[in-house]
Design a binder for this molecule. Structure first.
Ligand code: ATP
Length: 516
């Protein structure tokens, strides 16, 4: 992203923070109207929140999964490091399992090898080592592959598609289905980069808005698009002859099934394809719904799984501050502000509305903060994250939904301005782990501060503590004095005070003294 577009993004972001902050004093009816107007950012996204401070909707969630995935692609500059072993389940357990340590071993066309090296890939990633020989084997093999975002799945299936097409045949031979228009474009970019030295192979996008003349027969060998348009192009409009397809890729299956209708459309496309068409399905997660979908799309599959690196709370000290209401939490945060900015901090709120309010209030107090909110367009969010990752901002205020899955390694302090809860208001242990776990990544020490402002949030905290106490040693320290906080924060951050294996429980009197 260009630096000048940054300045613009920050301006818009600040404007948004202020306008959102000012909404808090208005009546509810006005609030909704103003939210839509105030955002040059993305009014559609803003409207889905519904005004409630403790609600997130399913719609939010599915929209967000796709946005999240795009965001991850935009901010990623290289492979995610994963030292976990690859788990392989072969369709035929007796057939030998090949894995490669170099791209040369794959006997790629020279143009493609040049493309791969041109992208700066020196050797296959962990998942590519096993997935590529399977995908390139003759006869073709079906594959279901699951690994965390950023581990090299897209590059792998792009290479497979480019390897399988015959450029002399001027008709579609590979279909790739993505959950959204933007994600399809991102994959298209990879095809263009990798196929840079193979210009005979052409690509076309089956996305809404790409209107073709009726009766046209596509000549491009690779078609990438969203399920609805792809289905229309294969059936109603007949731009594609599905019987000639050799490779069918279904990318981001977990995101796909979160969107109503995508699952059925994908299955309908798949049913039109010939029996010997190679089916490839990729997903970052593998919950039961994804797995059920995968089995319907990919018959007789080989299965590859690369587990996520385990997140742990071992190296993180966890504290809580007891307050009476949101305003007190804000005051407490202001008191802590100087200390937390010794390092970098992320502050999590439950809703966009609170995040906007908090960022606005902190700015008004003269604190420099960045806001990452669902109201922003994905490109703007990517710019905010990049800036934070580069250390240009010290404090990032965000919502849980917005920051899910985003890795910023250098964060040392996480503040839960609101405790994480699920849609039913129960403790969201997984989110707690993801929020906090990021601070202690790669053996580094981290600090987590939970802000408690009611009996309910105390109860949530207790239940989270109970949950993790079973499998981890968690330390919650309770204290009232802000001087104590200064001491904790500055000592642990500046002098590496905390030891990874220290597990003392310090119980001090409840209550928070807010200094003027
Ligand atoms: N073998 C490799 N060597 C070096 N970099 C690679 C290699 N394979 C992929 N990459 C790079 O790593 C990053 C992540 O790869 P890729 O997008 O293929 O991952 P992914 O698993 O598909 O992620 P997502 O699920 O988010 O799409 C990209 O920047 C890509 O260019």
């Amino acid at each position: 992203m260009a630096t000048d577009s940054w300045a613009q993004a920050v301006d818009e972001q600040e404007a948004a923070a202020e306008s959102i902050g000012s909404l808090q004093i208005k009546e509810k009816t006005e609030e909704n109207g103003t939210t839509a107007n105030a955002t040059q950012l993305s009014s559609a996204a803003a409207n889905t929140e519904g005004g409630g401070d403790n609600k997130t909707t399913d719609e939010d969630d599915s929209e967000d999964k796709a946005a999240q995935s795009l965001l991850n692609k935009l901010i990623r500059s290289n492979l995610v490091n994963n030292t976990n072993q690859v788990e392989v389940l072969q369709k035929d357990p007796n057939s030998p399992l090949y894995s490669v340590k170099s791209f040369e071993e794959l006997r790629l066309k020279p143009q493609l090898l040049q493309g791969v090296y041109g992208m700066g890939f020196n050797r296959p990633s962990k998942i590519q080592e096993t997935a590529l020989p399977m995908m390139l084997a003759e006869p073709p093999q079906n594959l279901i592959a699951q690994s965390q975002s950023g581990t090299g799945k897209t590059a792998a299936f792009v290479l497979a598609m480019l390897s399988h097409v015959d450029p002399n045949n001027k008709f579609p031979q590979c279909l790739c289905v993505s959950p959204t228009y933007e994600l399809a474009l991102q994959t298209g970019k990879v095809i263009e980069q990798m196929g840079k030295y193979y210009p005979e192979v052409k690509l076309v996008y089956a996305i809404r808005g790409n209107k073709l003349q009726r009766g046209l027969k596509l000549e491009e060998q690779i078609v990438i698009g969203t399920p609805g348009t792809m289905l229309d192009w294969c059936s109603k409009l007949r731009f594609i002859d599905p019987k000639k397809i050799k490779v069918f890729v279904l990318d981001e299956a977990d995101v796909m099934i979160a969107t109503q209708g995508h699952q059925d459309q994908s299955i309908r496309i798949q049913r039109m394809l010939p029996k010997n068409c190679q089916m490839l399905l990729f997903s970052a997660t593998f919950e039961e719904s994804v797995w059920n979908f995968a089995q319907r799309i990919v018959p007789d599959p080989n299965i590859i799984k690369l587990k996520r690196e385990e997140e742990t709370l071992d190296t993180i000290k966890q504290y809580y501050v007891l307050c009476n209401n949101k305003e007190e939490k804000f005051q407490a945060l202001c008191n802590l502000y100087g200390a937390i900015t010794i390092a970098q901090a992320m502050i999590f709120c439950h809703t966009r509305k609170t995040a906007g309010w908090l960022a606005g209030e902190l700015s008004r107090e003269g604190h420099q903060v960045a806001l990452l909110s669902g109201e922003m367009q994905v490109e703007q969010r990517a710019a905010v994250i990049e800036r934070f990752r580069d250390g240009k901002e010290k404090v990032l205020v965000t919502t849980n939904v917005c920051a899910r899955g985003i890795d910023v390694e250098q964060v040392s302090v996480v503040i839960n301005f609101d405790m994480p809860v699920d849609k039913d208001g129960n403790p969201d242990n997984e989110t707690y782990l993801h929020r906090i776990g990021r601070t202690g990544r790669f053996g580094k020490r981290g600090l987590a501060i939970n802000m408690v402002d009611s009996k309910m949030s105390m109860n949530i905290l207790n239940r989270i503590q109970e949950h993790f106490s079973e499998c981890d040693d968690v330390v919650f320290v309770i204290d009232k004095s802000i001087i104590f906080w200064w001491w904790v924060l500055s000592t642990c951050l500046m002098q590496s005070f905390l030891k990874a294996d220290e597990h003392a429980v310090v119980m001090l009197p409840l209550g928070l003294e807010i200094l003027p």
